[in-house]
Every structure is written in C-alpha cells, then in structure tokens.
Design a binder for this molecule. Structure first.
Ligand SMILES: Nc1ncnc2c1ncn2[C@@H]1O[C@H](COP(=O)(O)OP(=O)(O)OP(=O)(O)O)[C@@H](O)[C@H]1O
Ligand SMILES: Nc1nc2c(c(=O)[nH]1)N=C(CO)CN2
Length: 163
C-alpha cells in the first residue's frame, strides 16, 4: 500500500459535481481508499489563460494499484466524466493527475512522478499544503517556500467538498 497524492481540477460545467463524482468513482475501486480531501480552491487558469477559472483540490489516497494501474484507472474516470483532449492545457470537465506516489520516482514516456510541473502550480501547492503543511517536496524544498514563489497566481479557498 502506498500513500499517494492526486490533483483534481475542473473548469467546464458543474465543476464541484465533477470533482465529487471523480472522488466517488475512485472510492468505488476496492484497491483505492480515500484518506483525506483538501478544501476546494477556485483558481485562475495556469498556462493557457484564455479559459474559465478552475476548481481544484488534492486527495490523499492509499492504494495497492501500481502507478501504471492507477494512471489507467484515473484515465478511465476522466473519460467516464466526459473529458476530451482538444487543446494543450485546455478546458476540461475533470483532470486527474498523480502528484506523488510514496517515495517513487518514475520517468516513463506516459508517466512522470513526482508530477514534473507540480512545484510551479499554486492550484496544486495550496491544497496540498492544507493537507501536509510541513511537506518537503522531492526537490528538497519546503512546501511553504514553494507556495511563496507562486503567490502571484490568483486563487481563493471556497469550501470543503460535501461528499
Ligand atoms: N503524474 C502524472 N499524472 C497523470 N498523467 C500523467 C502523469 N505523468 C504523465 N502523464 C501523462 O500525461 C498525459 C496527458 O495528460 P493530460 O492531458 O491530463 O495533461 P494536462 O493535465 O493537460 O497537462 P499537465 O500534465 O501539465 O498537467 C496523460 O495521458 C498521461 O499519460
Ligand atoms: N488553475 C488551473 N490551471 C490549469 C489546470 C488546473 O487544474 N487549474 N490544469 C492544467 C493542466 O493540467 C492547466 N492549467
């Protein structure tokens, strides 16, 4: 069993409902246990700014799935929730990324862990810091130091998920 952190994001349709539905589908897999879910943030679009604001959060899970099996499971959930891939960093009903999987470092063409862009993204670091305020990221930096570096990225904490 490995402790794993996942990023969840949505900026199309009922964003809160998409996040809740993704968490429900994950919890239906008997090899995934959701341990904690961070508060939800409303966040300015990063990377491709010409799109609507996102809701983002982070889930801490425990899983016996391998990283590749987890990626496949998350991709199936994205598809079931209507995710399409038309634009790089474009709008999506749901985006599920693996941030950290135990202490593993993976560098395959279809899977990089830790997620290579996570330390640049306030929409990842803020909810992750709510769950793990003292976390040291694999590059050796404290999460709060990293959060200060991305402080110009706009975001606001909105609420705990209801389910
Ligand atoms: N840690 C990871 N978590 C999820 N997908 C990953 C990871 N590492 C590599 N990938 C690959 O990235 C591919 C593209 O994913 P996706 O379209 O969701 O990217 P994105 O969310 O738009 O951008 P970003 O990767 O910068 O968050 C996936 O098909 C998957 O194979
Ligand atoms: N605010 C925000 N911006 C993004 C997001 C996201 O989840 N939230 N996801 C992206 C691709 O992973 C690109 N940009």
């Amino acid at each position: 069993m490995e402790i794993t952190y996942l990023s969840l994001g949505s900026n199309i349709g009922n964003r809160q409902q998409h996040i809740a539905a993704a968490l429900k589908k994950m919890s239906e897999n008997n090899r995934i246990t959701i341990l904690r879910v961070a508060p939800i943030y409303e966040t300015a679009p990063w990377g491709n700014e010409n799109q609507d604001w996102f809701l983002n959060t982070v889930a801490e899970i425990e899983t016996s799935l391998t990283p590749q099996e987890l990626l496949e499971q998350l991709s199936n959930i994205e598809t079931a929730l209507g995710r399409t891939r038309e634009q790089h960093w474009g709008p999506r009903t749901i985006d599920l990324d693996i941030l950290l999987y135990g202490q593993e470092q993976i560098n395959l063409p279809n899977l990089q862990i830790p997620h290579p862009r996570m330390t640049q993204r306030a929409f990842v670091l803020a909810p992750l810091a709510d769950l793990c305020p003292d976390m040291i990221l694999p590059d050796g930096q404290n999460i709060n130091t990293l959060l200060k570096k991305v402080a110009t990225q706009e975001l606001k904490k909105i609420q705990k998920p209801t389910s």
